[in-house]
Every structure is written in C-alpha cells, then in structure tokens.
Design a protein around this ligand. Structure first.
Ligand SMILES: [Zn+2]
Length: 361
C-alpha cells in the first residue's frame, strides 16, 4: 500500500513537472512573412561586401553604414533587428543560423514566392505550382483549415503587400478576408481603419502594379487587429524582396529594420490587450532566401543558396530556447502543421501534410 501511494505521488510529480515545462497551446497567433529576406542578414547583420559597394546604394551609403554597420557580428545584427535579438532571442526560438549548424531550407526546387508560400501554408510541396502567375491554389492551406473550425470561423485574416496572395490562399474558394494591394477593407470600420484605407492610396507605386508598400499593409492589418480582434492574423511583407530585386541595399536593410519595428509594435500591442496577453504566439519566416555576392539581388535555382531560410517563434506555446545550435534539419513544409499545433489543432487536408516543428519543449 505504501509503495503504491509512493508510486502515485512520484507519477503525479512527474506529470506536474512535464506540464510545468510545456507551455499551454496559444489561443491566438500572429504571423509575419518577410519576402526574400536572407538568413545572412538576420544572423550576421549587414553584409560588408554589399554595404560598402556604392553600386548597391541608391542613397548616401555613409548613412546606411552609420545605421547598420558594426565590426562585431552580434552588435551588427542587433543594430539591424533589435527586437529579434532583445526579445525573440531572450524568450523565443530562432532556427536557421547556419553558422551555428541550424539548418532551415525550402523543400520546393523553385525557390521563389508563390511556391514558397504554398509550401509553407499547405504543408506540402506541390511541384505543379511552378510560377508566380499560377492560378488559384488547388491545395487547402492551414489558414482556411483553421477558419473552418467552429471557434475560429471568421476570425482569421490576411493582409498582404502582394496581390498574388488572393490566388495563393484561394479566397475565391474559402471566402476569407485576404486584403491585397489596392483594396480597401469593407464593412463597418473604426476611424483608424478608415484612415488606413485612405493612406494606402497616398504612397508611390514604386514597385509597379500589384505591390503595396509594407507600411500600408501593416497599418491596415494593425487597424483590423485593434478593431476586430482576430484569432489568427497573417501579415505578408514584400519590401525586402522588392528592394533587393531593385539592387538597393540600403532600402533592403531599412525594410528589415522596419519589419523588426512592426514585430515590436504588434508584440507590445498584444501584451497590453487582455484578449491577447500571454495567450498569443508570434511567428516570422521568409518564403525563400537569395543569392550571395553579386547575386544577392536575385533568387531561384540560378542564384544559390536561395533555398536556405529561417524560422522564428515567440510567445504562448513556445518554450524559451533562444538561438538554436545544431539540431534537426527543418523544412518550410513543416510550418503549416506547426501553425495548427500551436493552436491545439491537427491540420488535415486532401494532400499529405508534413510534421510540425515542436515548439512547446
Ligand atoms: Zn518571394
């Protein structure tokens, strides 16, 4: 009898201990995608071979150097993305620093934008999706799967700088809010939402048709978050890729620096709101990497190593691990199930779904 009691107590203690180490699933989730932002800048800071080349600086490069250069790699990357290094590194998880042996890659061979987003959000590499002009995505994505769950219906929203997201997330099929370049948010609006609708039309179309500057996308997404309290908000940022294709390194670095400021701003907002505070996770990842040296402006099979990326997580359901060294290879197709399991769901679809990344311990 005594032995049985002891066994029960030890077993209970173990269960309590395991539970204490494993955070509860998140109730809500905010996801940022940084189109074509390289792991090289995330983990090493500004790249001297590009930064000090006048050819790649539209404006006075001395100013860019003042903002983002430091001899020490830790100081340099922190200058570029202070929130990532002060908060995500302290409380969350960072994968993909190849200098520390942490490997994150895309599974698709194309290494550009539509196939990248499709892989990440469907949890599946469909080799037929081989163009940014590909029509409506035939594969179910995890965001529409979540939106179909009773507790989440109508509480999942997408704000994107790029109009292709309407097809990638197939809003014709699922009727979700996928707000893209040039579109106003409809319905009853708060004053802030009305202003955000207006301001997006006051910015230059510097990337041509179909591409909205990220500041406008963010303003609209944040205004929506404050007004509607979605349980899942996805903000898709395009500036890093667009400025890189344009060959403007200073603008590319600014895009990353301001994206980091958006992470901080949204995180601060979430942690001040009882609806979100300590119940919300934040994820950050790109859709592909880019080339190196003179090929930094480009990506795809002809610009290696564009398949190399990274994955960042913070908040509810995410144990503190900091910058991960070594460990298992991660692929982009694992993000969809990771997103579902953060919210306590299991993503199933008509196609195979890759296993998630375990963030809880
Ligand atoms: Zn892209």
């Amino acid at each position: 009898m005594k032995q049985t009691t002891l066994f029960v107590l030890v077993a209970l203690a173990c269960i309590v201990r395991v539970h204490a180490q494993q955070p509860a699933p998140a109730r809500n989730l905010v996801i940022f995608l940084m189109d074509g932002y390289r792991w090289e800048e995330l983990y090493r800071g500004a790249d001297s071979t590009i930064l000090f080349n006048k050819h790649y600086n539209r404006i006075d490069s001395a100013w860019t150097v003042t903002k983002y250069w430091a001899g020490d790699v830790q100081a340099r990357r922190q200058k570029l993305m202070p929130f990532v290094w002060e908060t995500i590194a302290a409380k969350g998880q960072l994968y993909g620093n190849r200098d520390a042996g942490s490997l994150v890659n895309v599974k698709n061979k194309y290494q550009f934008s539509y196939p990248g987003r499709s892989e990440a959000f469907t949890g599946y590499y469909d080799s037929a999706i081989n163009s940014n002009d590909y029509p409506d995505n035939p594969n179910t994505n995890v965001l529409e799967f979540i939106d179909k769950q009773p507790d989440f219906h109508g509480k999942v929203a997408i704000f994107s700088s790029w109009d292709a997201d309407a097809r990638i997330f197939n809003r014709h099929r699922n009727g979700m809010l996928v707000n893209i370049y040039g579109e106003d948010v409809g319905g009853p609006l708060t004053p802030l939402q009305r202003e955000a609708n207006t301001w997006q039309h006051l910015l230059p179309d510097i990337f041509g048709s179909g591409e909205r500057l990220d500041a406008a996308t963010y303003a609209m997404g944040k205004a929506y978050l404050l007004a509607q309290h979605p349980r899942v908000l996805y903000i898709d940022l395009g500036d890093p890729d667009d400025f890189a294709h344009a060959g403007d390194y200073g603008d590319y670095l600014d895009a990353a620096h301001y994206a980091d400021a958006m992470f901080k701003d949204i995180w601060t907002t979430l942690q001040q709101d009882p609806f979100y505070k300590d119940k919300t996770a934040l994820l950050v990842f790109p859709d592909h990497g880019r080339g190196v040296g003179p090929q930094w402006t480009d990506h795809g099979q002809g610009a290696p190593p564009s398949g190399q990326t990274y994955f960042l997580a913070l908040g509810a359901g995410v144990a503190t691990k900091g910058e991960v060294k070594g460990g298992e290879q991660i692929y982009q197709q694992q993000y969809a199930q990771t997103i579902a399991s953060l919210l306590g769901l299991k993503f199933t679809a008509e196609h195979p779904v890759a296993e998630g990344v375990v963030l809880a311990h």
